[in-house]
Design a protein around this ligand. Structure first.
Ligand SMILES: *[C@@H]1O[C@H](CO)[C@@H](O)[C@H](O)[C@H]1NC(C)=O
Ligand SMILES: *[C@@H]1O[C@H](CO)[C@@H](O)[C@H](O)[C@H]1NC(C)=O
Ligand SMILES: *[C@@H]1O[C@H](CO)[C@@H](O)[C@H](O)[C@H]1NC(C)=O
Ligand SMILES: *[C@@H]1O[C@H](CO)[C@@H](O)[C@H](O)[C@H]1NC(C)=O
Ligand SMILES: *[C@@H]1O[C@H](CO)[C@@H](O)[C@H](O)[C@H]1NC(C)=O
Ligand SMILES: *[C@@H]1O[C@H](CO)[C@@H](O)[C@H](O)[C@H]1NC(C)=O
Ligand SMILES: *[C@@H]1O[C@H](CO)[C@@H](O)[C@H](O)[C@H]1NC(C)=O
Ligand SMILES: *[C@@H]1O[C@H](CO)[C@@H](O)[C@H](O)[C@H]1NC(C)=O
Length: 621
């Protein structure tokens, strides 16, 4: 059945001349593999022929979302226990925009002596004058209906509950604080069938300056991440900027519920404060909150957190070209402004920085501009750059089609070479983290998309192992597997899909999939300071089926990474491996760690998309 399917696909895609070579290779291959006894692919290692030094650190990223948060998730304990046992260096923590309350610490702009609230129907609006021990003295504006506008500019809409002001006054005037729920029960229904909001503007006596800093949802996740990665280097990315820092006609309305998705949160392309000082201040205060026990706000008021965490790298923004369509010139100024802001608020000059986090890795002009030190302010470090790669699937359900992940990675490595040229010319001391590398299947966030068969975890795991192997040849410093936690629609938690195919963990149980276990296996095996790659060849024509790379290290250690790139079983033979130990991740190893086998012959069978690490027996003396 497999063979028929494969031939069919080949016939369909072989209309172009380009595929003729491929066809002949695959035909040979198919002929081989329906025979009962095919010749195994021979892996030939020249154990004394140095190829390159191994420097590439396998790592991963954790993107924040409700399933990561102990406030909403039934599996957050398992998630962080799994993260901890990885012992990853350079794990990236990405605070990402789709859940604004989980990602932004100051969702509304500072509003001076006026205090405003704006909540959706059925949500509570909270007002407080407790900062200076005062009371609510005046309601300037209140409307339950379809009012709109920023603080200081609120206007009634066509729908308005006529007694809004008197009701809010009755509940709040003279109180230190008050909470009003925006419901028809309280205000009556001014427009049946229309979704309403409650907007209020008020003042305190004595007056107080108002800001809207709130770390309620950001704190627990970052605490858990920093605890799980304690003792390791890590990259923290508060990637999302408050949208009010950007010019816009009307303020963006974000969801009241922290677990509701808002794909439209990043709006605006130009900062209100063109000097970007306000941008730097936002980031400076967030970093001070976590590393300096608190910060001084826009009006000189101290906010205490008690946190004195430490991390070594801060990444500045995520995929700038997508979210706010920044030019590289604009981004470079913002990068400098954020570093200056963090220094202003923390006095930390040791923090290292990661720049760009590009989505489209082939934007060579971005690297040329950013990596040129004369385009930056004085004393701005270029410690590391980052960019991303995803192999894109064409089918959610056809494992055969996933063989196509591997040639996509091959194409990417050519772009990596070009980026490396630019980096070495302009800023050779700048390091590189490809801090999102993974696979995305089509329609991943469509709630009705079918769930992939579980062999998908093996295909995506094989792609990551292959990427790490290929990129280690190019000396890339860090390759980060994307991403620890994703999920399809989860009706019991009322969660919309969040890139299930990109996940490393099973969203129901929190257990590791093959993607998780390959990350762990590579982290545990690769000895970055001592291992060296040695010349490794195979009899596999054009490396169509098998990737293999052998390494030698301290104490005569010799090991070989072998990856089956095909949705078919492959036999390989590796001279001298008998008596050695193999760790294999395949469909059979499921959600468990790699299966360990003592090899009793030189022949190894790799089931579809299997990944093996073979530890050669130590030479007897
Ligand atoms: C291999 O499969 C092809 C097509 O199914 C068949 O024609 C051929 O006889 C098979 N070869 C062997 C050696 O079984
Ligand atoms: C691999 O080797 C085993 C054992 O020799 C054999 O049974 C199997 O048919 C071979 N598989 C392939 C795909 O050649
Ligand atoms: C508004 O308040 C007035 C005075 O108390 C009352 O007569 C009127 O019915 C209220 N309107 C609504 C819609 O509740
Ligand atoms: C911060 O947000 C949480 C969750 O929405 C809320 O319960 C709390 O009252 C807010 N704190 C302040 C000071 O507004
Ligand atoms: C509010 O902030 C302004 C600007 O920082 C300051 O001049 C003023 O004294 C503050 N007022 C109060 C009541 O804190
Ligand atoms: C670096 O930037 C400066 C100023 O923009 C420019 O003059 C110089 O040619 C650039 N250097 C390279 C190598 O591109
Ligand atoms: C927010 O959504 C969650 C489900 O994600 C739900 O359990 C919770 O009740 C909602 N909160 C409010 C205030 O509606
Ligand atoms: C998650 O784990 C459960 C329990 O082992 C299993 O039934 C389910 O198929 C897994 N789902 C995925 C997508 O891995």
């Amino acid at each position: 059945m497999y063979i028929n399917k494969c031939l069919l696909i080949l016939l369909l895609c072989c209309s172009t001349l380009k595929f003729v070579n491929l066809l002949s290779v695959r035909e040979t291959d198919n002929r081989q593999h329906n025979q009962t006894k095919a010749d195994p692919i021979v892996i030939e290692v020249s154990w004394t022929a140095h190829d390159y030094d191994l420097h590439t650190i396998p790592s991963l990223q954790l993107v924040t979302n409700p399933l990561v948060s102990r406030q909403f998730s039934p599996v957050s304990k398992e998630i962080f226990a799994n993260l901890k046992q990885l012992n990853a260096e350079y794990a990236r923590y990405a605070v990402w925009f789709p859940y604004p309350k989980l990602a932004v610490a100051e969702l509304d702009p500072p509003s001076g002596l006026l205090q405003c609230g704006n909540v959706g129907e059925d949500y509570p609006l909270h007002l407080s004058c407790e900062q200076n021990g005062g009371v609510i003295s005046q309601i300037d504006f209140a409307s339950y209906g379809t009012a709109m506008g920023a603080c200081g500019q609120m206007k009634q809409g066509s729908c308005h509950a006529e007694n809004s002001s008197s009701i809010v006054q009755r509940i709040c005037i003279g109180q230190k604080s008050c909470t009003i729920i925006a419901t028809n029960d309280i205000f009556g229904d001014p427009c049946y069938g229309t979704l309403k909001r409650l907007l209020v503007q008020m003042e305190c006596n004595p007056p107080q300056n108002n800001t809207y800093w709130n770390f309620t949802y950001m704190d627990p996740m970052l605490e858990d991440f920093l605890d799980a990665t304690d003792g390791h280097s890590r990259i923290i990315s508060f990637s999302t900027q408050p949208t009010w820092l950007f010019q816009q006609d009307t303020p963006h309305i974000y969801p009241d519920n922290a677990t509701y998705i808002d794909w439209g949160y990043p709006v605006g392309t130009k900062f209100v404060d063109e000097s970007m000082q306000a941008l730097g201040d936002y980031y400076g205060r967030v970093v001070a909150w976590y590393t300096r026990a608190g910060f001084i706000d826009e009006y000189g008021l101290k906010h205490n957190s008690g946190y004195e965490y430490n991390w070594d790298y801060t990444e500045i923004f995520n995929e700038i070209e997508g979210e706010h369509q920044m030019s590289i010139e604009y981004y470079t100024r913002a990068y400098d402004a954020v570093i200056q802001g963090i220094r202003r608020h923390t006095n930390n000059y040791d923090m290292k920085y990661v720049g760009m986090a590009l989505e489209n890795h082939n934007e060579f002009n971005f690297y040329k501009y950013f990596l040129n030190h004369s385009n930056h302010a004085p004393d701005i470090p270029l410690d590391m750059i980052s960019y991303h790669f995803y192999a894109i699937g064409t089918s959610r359900t056809d494992p055969q089609s996933w063989e196509n992940f591997f040639p996509q990675l091959d194409k990417f490595t050519i772009e990596v070479e070009q980026i490396e040229q630019i980096r070495k010319n302009l800023s050779p001391q700048t390091r590189t983290t490809i801090d999102e590398l993974g696979v995305i299947l089509p329609n991943d966030n469509d709630p009705n998309a079918p769930l992939f068969p579980l062999i998908y975890w093996n295909a995506a795991a094989a792609l990551y192992a292959y990427s790490w192997g290929k990129l280690s040849r190019q000396n890339i410093d860090v390759v980060g597997h994307s991403q620890l936690v994703g999920y399809p629609q989860l009706p019991n938690l009322q969660l919309e899909p969040q890139y299930p195919s990109v996940a490393l963990l099973n969203w129901t149980t929190g257990e590791g999939t093959a993607k998780y276990w390959i990350s762990k296996l590579l982290i545990d095996t690769a000895d970055i300071d001592n291992d060296q790659a040695v010349i490794t060849r195979t009899t596999d024509v054009g490396d169509q089926n098998i990737f293999s790379q052998a390494f030698t290290g301290k104490n005569n250690r010799r090991w070989v990474l072998i990856i089956n790139k095909r949705y078919a079983s492959m036999n390989v033979s590796l001279s001298g491996c008998t008596g050695g130990k193999m760790q294999i991740i395949n469909e059979a190893s499921g959600f468990g760690p790699p299966t360990e086998i003592t090899l009793t012959s030189n022949q190894i069978t790799l089931t579809p998309f299997a990944i093996a690490i073979v530890h050669m027996p130590t030479a007897k003396k």
